[in-house]
Every structure is written in structure tokens, then in C-alpha cells.
Ligand binder design. Sequence first.
Ligand SMILES: Nc1ncnc2[nH]cnc12
Ligand SMILES: [Zn+2]
Length: 333
Amino acid sequence: MKRFIQQLPKVELHLHIEGSLEPELMFELAKRNGISLPYASVEQLKQAYQFDSLQSFLDLYYQGAQVLLNEQDFFDLTMAYFKRCQANNVVHCEIMFDPQTHTARGVDFATVINGIHKAQQQALTQFNISSELIMCFLRHLDEADAINTLDQAQPYKPLIKAVGLDSSEMGHPPQKFERVFALAKAQGYRLVAHAGEEGPAQNIWDSIELLKVDRIDHGVRASDDERLMDYLQSQQMPLTVCPLSNTKLKVFEHMAQHNILTMLQKGICVTVNSDDPAYFGGYMNDNFEAIADALAMTRENLIQLSHNAVDASFASDERKHAIKQMILEVSPR
Ligand SMILES: Nc1ncnc2[nH]cnc12
Ligand SMILES: [Zn+2]
């Protein structure tokens, strides 16, 4: 199965670029930028990666992102992720970034997006990996801050496909961002939001009905609400599920308890993603392997997951068609 997973062409739709910052690169960038980290070594840092909730992870994630200062840093970070994509046979990805994490520290919006964009261009020519960018608003900050971020993005609109909503779900429901999502939609952005990761199924309903999202990020708590499960299936509303993230953050205690296969078998458009691979112990192939093993998935299940990700992606119809062909080549049906 490991070999089959490696060969299967994959599409990643839920990846925070700041969450792909490996400890080794974090130390290298800290040194380059004269920033001191509160850890003596890479090993000590890795030992700190033990989480009991989303918030316990987010605290370290925002701390780690502080080593990113210059355009070259964002380029190097993004290029390192694309190299992982190539090694994992990920042929298309949709990368989330959190501008507020950087602009709040005095790093220009332009520095962030230019570094990421240059890496996207290089990945396309060098590796034939296509990609889109999703700008996320931090939900623990207020609406005005999100609207200000949307304004700052205006000159870079052609480089950004969608806006999203991430950070602490508890206490920061979708309603808080109804107006900024309406503004973004009017400007032509596609919309996604984290919902039903730690928070209740109602957050999924509210993201769909109030924010009018095209996809739900995570969404695993949907299984608490049968009517919602039926709705997701009938509308083919995609869920970007992140298995290793869910077990690391104790959304599920063990992978054998994960509900992705149950949702797949119900005909819901679930997809597999790595979320923050540097923190959660694996990239795309690791996530596929973890669920394939724990849930005894078939090759057909895995192929369906890859097809779902193509369908749910914001790639052009032409690109979607090309990727579907690649999947058929390794898995004739
Ligand atoms: N899994 C996650 N949930 C919410 N916000 C995040 N930011 C980065 N990873 C996240
Ligand atoms: Zn996420």
C-alpha cells in the first residue's frame, strides 16, 4: 500500500505554509536573522511538540513564525514545502498563509506574498506543480483587522484565489466574520473556513449559511449531526480533512477512531491533507498511510480521496482534467 500511495498523484487543499516550517529551517532562519529561540537545540524544540488541544499548538506555531522576516525567508519556506510536494507526488496544492501573523510584527504584506509567489512560479517551471494561494484571517483577532487585511491584499488580488478563516475556533464563531466574507465574495475571491475541528457542527452550518463558503476546512465534527451529514453529501460540499493533525491535537484519540472512511462511504466529498506537517509528524503520504493502515482502506478508497481533492480544488478545468488523467494512469478502473 505504501508504494501505491507514493505513486498516486495527489492534490493538497489544506496546508498552512507557516506550519511547514521544519525545526531545522526555523533554527537556520533564526540564526540568519539574529533572533534567539527559547530552545537550545532542534531536538529540544521537537520535544516541545506535544499538544493537548488546538490552542496548545497555536501558541508554538505563532512563536515559530517569528523567525520569518524577509522575502527570502518566505521563499525558502515555500520552496522547502514544494520539495516535499515533489517527493510526495503532490501535483497541485492550495497554500494557506496568515498575513496578520507577520504584519503584526512589522513585516510588510508585500514581503510575505512576494516570497511565496516567487516560489510558486519556480515550482511550476521546475517541478510542474501547480498551486493557488488562500489568504486566511485569524479569527482570534477582530473584524476590523480582517477588513484591513483584505484591503492590504487589494494590489495582490490576482495572486490570491481565496480567503479563509483559521486560528482558535472556540469563542470565535463564523458570525464574527460575516461582513468581511461578504466583502471578499463581492471582490471575486473563493471562500473557505475552518469549522468543526474542535468547535461544534453548528459552526459548519454557519460557515455554509452565513459565510457562504465553497469548502469546509476540517469539518470532522459534522458526524455529530445526521442532518448536516446528509446535507454535505447532497451538496457535495468538500471537507479538507487532516488526519495526523486530528490525532496530534486530540480531536480523535486514536486514528482507528477517525471518521474519514465513514464519511467517504456515505458519499461525502472528503479529502486528505497535512495542515501543519512540520508540527504534526507528516506530509501527504504520511497522512494517507496513517488512515490506510488504521482504517484498513482499499486502493479504491484512496483513489476516490484523490479524485475528491481534484473536484474540490480551485484549479482550472483544464488542470483538473490533466490531474484526473494522471490518477487514471496509475489506477485504471
Ligand atoms: N489546524 C488549525 N486550526 C486552526 N488554525 C490553524 N492554523 C494553523 N493550523 C490550524
Ligand atoms: Zn488548518
